[in-house]
Every structure is written in structure tokens, then in C-alpha cells.
Design a protein around this ligand. Sequence first.
Ligand SMILES: [Zn+2]
Length: 270
Amino acid sequence: MPELPEVETTRRGIEPHIVDSTVSRVVIRERRLRWPVAKDVDRKLPGKKIESVGRRAKYLLINTEAGSAILHLGMSGSLVVLDQGTPAGVHDHIDIEFDSGLMLRFRDPRRFGSLHWRASPLSHPLLRDLGPEPLGAEFDGDYLWRKSRGRKVSVKQFIMNAHIVVGVGNIYASEALFLAGINPRRAAGRIAKQRYDALAGAIREVLSKAIRAGGTTLRDFFGGDGEAGYFQQQLEAYGREDEPCRCCGTPITAIVQGQRTTYYCKQCQT
Ligand SMILES: [Zn+2]
């Protein structure tokens, strides 16, 4: 499933190809995605110039002066920039064509993605209640410390809550807690401020590293086959059950928290 780093890499990959282009046509072959694609998308996008491509959490915002298309890649979605007229495959559900002769093609075999239109996207119900961006200025150890006071939930589940901070998926939560040396089972409300400083730094580090990895390992978004996207990186704890901790050699432990598997070192993470 595309996580925040993959979505950010996609944003950086497509933006230079479509910004300042004007939408000439929107072709929707399949409206039945996670939610039906709103008619507003094909009614309002044509004739509009793309001002920028933004991102909020895992939503891409294709911004025009009149509003924004809000696109989520779901479980299996991908975007690629192609020449118009490139034959569509069975999973190529949406093309946004531009006056440049290029088009942005959305492919989504499992159809868990979505596409909405909104005059002011950040007020959309999907976006308005989200916590801050983990790479933004609002997010730091002090913020996590303040938000966590009085909370009995585990710190792992706390940082995966999108109302607290967006984009910390299961892999990144395990990795960040390992880097910060914090036991994932510890109650969020019982962690000192200095430890949250370390955790906020670790969250930024794992996400930034993944975005850098995406930038160097992804194929160009122009002319690709639409499979581009999801890269591997070296993981310190996640997926390493019973393998030796890279710091102390203790076998990594796997536990289940909130239906998700957490990997950690009982020796290094306290
Ligand atoms: Zn260890």
C-alpha cells in the first residue's frame, strides 16, 4: 500500500510535467472506486490551469485557481504521465488530458483509490480533522508530549493515530520507536518530553529517508508503465522477528497491537 513517502515521491514525480498546463479533457472509464468519482471532477477540471500539485497526508491535491482534485491512491493505485492516445489497460480508470499533449493516468487494480473535487480542499471532511504533517513545522516533541498527557493508549498506537499526526504507518512507527529507543507498549501519557523530542526526530528521519530512497530508486514518472512507485529500504526492526538486533544482538520481538504487528528490541527499547 502506498505510504506517505510514496505519495510524496509521486507528487514530486508528476508535478513538473503538469504544472502550468491546462486540462483539455477528463476521461473516466470507471467511477466505482472506493467512493464514486464525483461528476464535479469531469465538469469542473476542463479548462482549468494546474497551479501546483500538493499533498496532505496521503491525499494528492491537484490545485487549480477554481478548486482542487483530491486523489487517494488507495491500496494499489499509481499515477503516470503519458502521451495522449496511449492505449488504456483494464485497470486504467481515469485520464486527465492537458493542452500539452500529455495526460495523467490513474491506474488502480483494486479500486480502493478515490477522486473528489472541492473548491477549498483542506475543508473536505476527509482532510479537515487530520493531525499535522510529520515533516511540517507544527510537529515536534513538544507537540507529541502535550497531546499525549493523560493518554493510556500505547505510544505505538498513539503515533499511528491520524488525528495526532498523519502518515506514520505501521512500518514507520516500528522503525521510529526503535531509533528512539522507546518500548512500543509504553503508555503514551507516561513518556517524558525529552523522549518525545527523540521520537519526533526519529519519525522525521525514517520518513525523510524513505522519500530520499524513492527519489533515487524510482523510474521517471514520464513514460513509465504505471508500476513505478513502491520501494524497499533497509529496515532496522520491522519484519525482523527472531533476527538479532543490529545494536545489541538480542532477537527482535514481534507483538500485535491494535491488529498490527509491532517489531522491537526488548533490550534497547525501554
Ligand atoms: Zn537491541
